[in-house]
Design a protein. Sequence first.
Length: 324
Amino acid sequence: MAEKEKKPVASVYGDFNVQAFLSKFVNGDLTVLEPTYSAQSGYYYPIVESILGDGDADAFLNKLFNAGLLERQVFDKNLSCPECGSINVSSRYCCPFCKSINIQKSSLVEHVKCGYMDLETRFIENGRLVCPKCHGELKSLDVDYRRAGAWCNCKDCNKSFDIPVPEHYCRDCRRVSSFEEVTINDVYSYTSKAKMHTASSLHSALSSAIAEYLTQQGLTVENPGLVKGKSGVNHTFDIVAYNANYPRKIVIELATSESSVTEQTVIALFAKVFDVLPDKVYLIAMPNISGNAKKMADLYSIQVVEAKNPSEAVACLKGLMQTA
């Protein structure tokens, strides 16, 4: 079967729930996401469910896996009844002759010195292990004796065997199913690949969200945009927006960081702005901007938006533009 086409990372990362979840990996709060088991509901992911509320955690995690944001490994296998779908299924071992579950398992013991092998119960004498053949005492495992495997006896048909037959019993509808019939589903643990491309993914999602908002305001948007300065040099900005009311353009620079955006970003932006002389300049800093960088931006008349996600950035930018 062909692998499903993976969703664009930017469109997935634009979801606030995705950002909230992946931030736990980025911040070090979570290294491996492992499921928790409940006898009533089976495996589930409490951390994911706390973010989604009533959302489908499995579908959410599968979406992130298909987008390449998560890696996964098989954590366990979930058995469910082929009749009613219940996960309340037990595994039982049966006699291969009469299919009874009324079997008794014993250990085979071999006396190393004389080579005699029999059931462990036949070696027990007054609380000690004594060889029934040579009557030597077996004191040390792997020195005087060794365990040679398991041996079973069926209490219904009285036959003996070494390997029982497994079956699966549904405690809800009482359906008995074989290995061929029982439904087996993979249960996964997850690790994040987000650190490898969080910055680029977040930058793309942020750029798309802001460009969409500006377009809705009737502005022509270039994403990215190229503006020629008074020096004759062309400068690239993450977003350039304009219409008849903004002949000198709005320019927006996007900066993401694992901690705080620094003054180097502000200096680089000002060097371009000084040559271009736009009508408005905005710096979107995610998740925030350092104190020195903020002071420098104020000095250069660069309006700063600090936000933890694209939705918050759009809302803050909207507030600034409406009061301008």
